[in-house]
Design a protein around this ligand. Structure first.
Ligand code: SF4
Length: 330
């Protein structure tokens, strides 16, 4: 039985030789996933419905300061049509993701969400920081899960890398979401330039403390033209796999993103080796991207977004010895 309840134990797990980590903590994470869940690879439709953003996060390709990025907004009627496409594929969950685009009318967003939930799809939404009353309206519209990453658990680091908001405001928004019926999905960025091991450990502890439903986390991937890309390159994949295994052991029932980069950076987070490595570390979630490939390139929180469909998820599930699950989460 692996013990990972203290910061010291997590530190030892992060410092352990990777081969030993695989045989102990990673093996335990797979056992925990099998016992705590139905060992499914959850496959979720994903739609980046606007790539406008008012914010200037130093690590993100969609930051307002990236004036070279072609911007788009998908109107509510087309969001609803995309949801119908997802439903026609048999998918019962939809992840709507956007920059903090306050030019997208909130009532239009609410209207689209209500239509999609009426179709019987379960909606997860990531639209950044809203007001408390807007979170209540999203809850009333039927949003199942709200995704608001804390990104980094140390206040000074957060404030440096997220100059359009601040840590206290982010955590207040997270607490508001926790007070609704919506589940809270959240998490960090793994191994960005300058992240210390202590910060990473505190990130893991914060995910546990927040009792998140899903950690949409990937290793840091530099986006061209962003200030943080000048401070260092891609985060360590092995560190991300370690985090997945550790957090799976700490929060057995939560979902963890398998969308990970591999050896070839051109494949973005859809590389088979990266996805399979994450699944074998204890992850369980992949997306079917509903954006046309050309538009997906402009939803550029990271560079090199590749659009893959259900066949990719089925192949990954088969290679990882998991069931594919496209149904709503009970
Ligand atoms: S991380 Fe989100 S809020 Fe920050 S710039 Fe990118 S899209 Fe905007």
């Amino acid at each position: 039985m692996v013990k990972l309840s203290t910061k010291q134990e997590i530190k030892e797990a992060l410092d352990m030789p990777f081969s030993e980590f695989k045989e102990t903590i990673m093996a335990e994470a797979i056992k925990v996933r099998k016992e705590a869940t139905d060992n499914s690879l959850y496959t979720t439709a994903m739609l980046g419905y606007t790539n406008h953003c008012k914010n200037q996060c130093l690590y993100c390709g969609m930051r307002a300061g990236n004036t070279k990025l072609p911007r788009y907004r998908i109107p509510p009627c087309d969001i609803i049509s995309s949801a119908q496409n997802a439903k026609d594929m048999g998918l019962e969950r939809m992840f709507l993701i956007a920059g903090e685009d306050r030019g997208y009318k909130f009532d239009d967003l609410l209207g689209a969400i209500k239509e999609i939930t009426k179709m019987g799809l379960q909606v997860s939404l990531a639209g950044g920081e809203f007001t408390d009353s807007q979170y209540t309206e999203l809850e009333d519209a039927g949003v199942y899960e709200y995704v608001l990453k804390f990104e980094m658990s140390h206040e000074d680091t957060f404030n440096r890398l997220n100059p359009s908001t601040n840590y206290k405001q982010r955590m207040a928004a997270i607490e508001k979401i926790k007070s609704t019926k919506m589940l809270l999905a959240s998490g960090n960025i793994v191994d960005y330039p300058g992240q210390t091991q202590e910060e990473l450990i505190d990130d893991i502890m914060l995910m546990k403390q927040l009792d998140i439903s899903w950690a949409p986390v990937i290793p840091y991937m530099p986006a061209a033209g962003t200030p943080l890309a000048e401070e260092g390159g891609r985060g360590n994949l092995e560190t991300s796999f370690r985090q997945i295994s550790i957090i799976r052991n700490l929060l057995p029932k939560a979902r963890y993103t398998a969308q990970h980069p591999g050896e070839d950076p051109k494949l973005g987070v859809s590389a088979e080796d990266g996805n399979l490595g994450a699944l074998n570390a204890g992850a369980d979630t992949l997306f079917v991207d509903l954006l046309p490939a050309a538009q997906a390139q402009n939803f550029s929180v990271i560079d090199n977004r590749i659009v893959l469909g259900l066949d990719h998820a089925k192949k990954m599930a088969s290679l990882a010895g998991m069931n594919i699950n496209v149904k709503a989460i009970k």
